[in-house]
Ligand binder design. Sequence first.
Ligand code: F6P
Length: 366
Amino acid sequence: MSQKKQVRRIAINTGGGDAPGLNAVIRAATLSALNNGWEVLGIRRGYTGLLEGEVDGEPGIFPLTAQAVRGITHLGGTILGTTTRGNPFGLEVRKPDGTWGTTDRSGEIIERFRELEIDALIAIGGDGSLIIADKLFKRGLPVVGVPKTIDNDLKATDVTFGFQTAVEVATDAIGRLHSTAESHQRVMVVELMGRHTGWIALHSGLAATADVILIPEIPYSIEKIAEKVLQRDAVGRRFSIVVAAEGASPGGGEPSYADESGRYGGLAERIARQIEEATGKETRTLVLGHIQRGGPPIAYDRMLALRFGAAAVRCVDDGNLGTMVALQGDTIRAVPLQDAVHEIKRVPLDSDSVKTAREQGISFGD
Ligand code: F6P
């Protein structure tokens, strides 16, 4: 939606789980905006800095100068901080009776933006944060979204930044397990992140030559996994590597949840015990966890993040608001935010990568 007007001041925030490349987006957006003669404000920890005024004794909003974004392209995390519990439409609050409830403080955010005369917000986040950004846009806040998540599950963009770094970390970890698994003739089950999708597991499992890859898009059966392990045994390959996306589930069964919040966890341990029982083979687990999100972004993610940051500023300059920057082919485009967030991107079962894996003899446990 084009709403071109004179821009003087913009703000940037990061929300949801962090991903390698956030700082590169912040740097590129800041330098591009400063280059346009604009002022740039950083909001700490999602919208918290705006609502609370202070975060951990620091001003909740602070100027992003050229100095403030020096030397951060290669740094993991986010200099702005982030939160997965910062939805202004439903913030958790303790009620007078001691129980917990939620409150809607979105109106205060719009009000603060007006008071501070901020012309646009660049909101960097995954689907949760971009849904919030879209709702704020519909209530009058000028927003441009930047898609971030290691899970790569956002529909409108071919790739999100952070994904390739996570794949690299996971590929290295799986690769390292081959020698120890072989020495001990064990089965190793590696649990990877990805939430409701299997992108990280598929790409790293294929790149690191896993024997079995389990993804949420393809329900597995323990019998099929055991069959693959025993087939390998029969031809003298007495070890196997099973890569499991955390959200994978058995046919007709439930995924493995860490707690009642809906967070995934515990899949590797569950599968390992079942494989041990079905095959009689010693089976060990590795839950790779947040190491997939930590540390420096690889060059691909730095490039993508820098391009996204600069493109977001171009959108603001063009009055192209209520949009999200997206990579399509090799072009960065602006797509309507509401189209970008209405559905997650799952691994297509007829994709070239799935076919390639099957043709290499990799089992999906189906
Ligand atoms: O969405 C990114 C992600 O890392 C998922 O892959 C994972 O399920 C989740 O976040 C973990 O969230 P938390 O940071 O709350 O542990």
